[in-house]
Ligand binder design. Structure first.
Ligand code: MG
Length: 383
């Protein structure tokens, strides 16, 4: 890739793959990462996993798949503007939610609760498990054998306890170092994507309205601009126009602020980026405030709405019923997962059995989880 900044991740400064492989013929190493992610089973499952609205609520709401594609789009655009590695940013963005459970955050909280005596469950760590171990597609290794930089980017956060178990990948959480700029970028691209698409989806679902959203300075400034230029614009088009301008404002601010941060910190290499005391990719303090206000608004007005809340409550029931049933009687598991549970139990007792069950449940799509629950708990069903 041409025009990369000296502190961007590239193939020369990459820490490489766990299992060494010959270099790709016509692609970069990070393109290969991205391609493996796109071809993974976990990636296809994202289509039927909830972001905020369950899949069957409507065909136009974001799913984890379209969310991940939006993150990649925003991330790539910002990476290019900053002369960072677009391929790596794209790979991290597309993979960042691979470990998400069915039913969004409610599913993750429920599974974490079920796993409380067995090391807990974090979707972020699970994304790493997917690419390091759970995908079974390649002749020579389990997982996708991604570059260190892609895996570093996927692991956004991690408790110090877990960090101890992750070798080189965990070191930065212990030493308080930073990941690559591409990882920092993908992390904030995620935030830009979900804040904005949740506004759009929330309006589409009629759970929040334009007037209510005008409490948020970022939204109301742009709404005034749009209404001034297009006084008769139709509502749906107006919403999209506001949302696209909000994404633009956040992305532009991030690019400009990060450029200033880089000019001040003067990193000369990826190593300098990793050793920096704080992340170099950031919003300006004003936009950061406005972004936080938007986040708070969505938490208070959208994520707690009864339709979203009901879904969350049902998700908890489905996930914990499944977990408890499988844990008490692993013979209920499909053969492949039963074998894994037995193997892992032989190696690490109850904790191993629980982890195998968590892996199975985390991999489920919303509808698969509902079907499994139906099969196990509705006696009327015979299969
Ligand atoms: Mg995400």
């Amino acid at each position: 890739m041409n025009g990369l900044a000296p502190y961007a991740a590239n193939e020369t400064n990459s820490r490489g793959r766990k299992y060494p492989e010959p270099a790709p013929t016509y692609r970069t190493e990070f393109q290969r990462d991205r391609d493996r992610i796109v071809h993974s089973t976990a990636f296809r499952r994202l289509e039927y996993k909830t972001q905020v609205f369950v899949n069957h609520e409507g065909d136009l709401f974001r799913t984890r798949l379209t969310h991940s594609i939006e993150v990649a789009q925003i991330g790539r655009a910002m990476a290019r503007a900053l002369h960072l590695n677009e391929d790596l940013t794209e790979a991290i963005s597309l993979a960042h939610d691979l470990g998400h459970t069915p039913f969004g955050h409610a599913g993750q909280d429920a599974l974490n609760h079920c796993m409380r005596d067995f090391g807990g469950f974090e979707h972020n760590l699970q994304s790493l498990r997917v690419v390091e171990d759970l995908e079974e597609k390649y002749a020579d290794f389990n997982g996708l054998n991604l570059t260190y930089e892609a895996r570093e980017g996927i692991l956004k956060h991690c408790s110090p306890r877990h960090a101890q178990t992750l070798g080189q990948l965990g070191e930065r959480f212990i030493n308080k170092h930073q990941p690559s700029l591409e990882a920092q970028l993908a992390n904030l691209a995620d935030e830009i994507a979900y804040n904005n698409h949740d506004v759009d989806d929330g309006i589409r679902a009629q759970l929040i309205g334009l007037d209510q959203l005008s409490e948020i300075p970022l939204f109301s400034q742009i709404r005034i601009e749009v209404e001034k230029s297009y006084p008769t614009i139709e509502e749906r088009r107006k919403t999209h126009e506001i949302v696209r301008r909000m994404i633009d404002r956040l992305a532009n601010d991030l690019i400009e602020t990060t450029t200033r941060n880089l000019a001040k910190a003067r990193p000369q290499s990826l190593a300098d980026v990793r050793n920096a005391k704080s992340p170099l990719v950031s919003f300006s303090p004003e936009i950061q405030q406005q972004n936080l206000a938007l986040k708070r608004f969505l938490r208070e007005n959208l994520y707690s709405q009864y339709r979203v809340y009901r879904m969350a409550k049902k998700a908890r029931i489905v996930v914990s019923d499944l977990f408890n049933a499988f844990f008490e009687d692993p013979k209920l598991l499909p053969q492949k997962h039963l074998n894994r549970a037995r193997n892992m139990e032989n190696n690490s007792g109850d904790t191993g059995r629980a982890r195998a069950i968590a892996d199975y449940i985390a991999g489920m799509t919303d509808r698969y989880a509902i079907m499994e629950h139906g099969k196990l708990f509705e006696p009327i069903r015979l299969t």
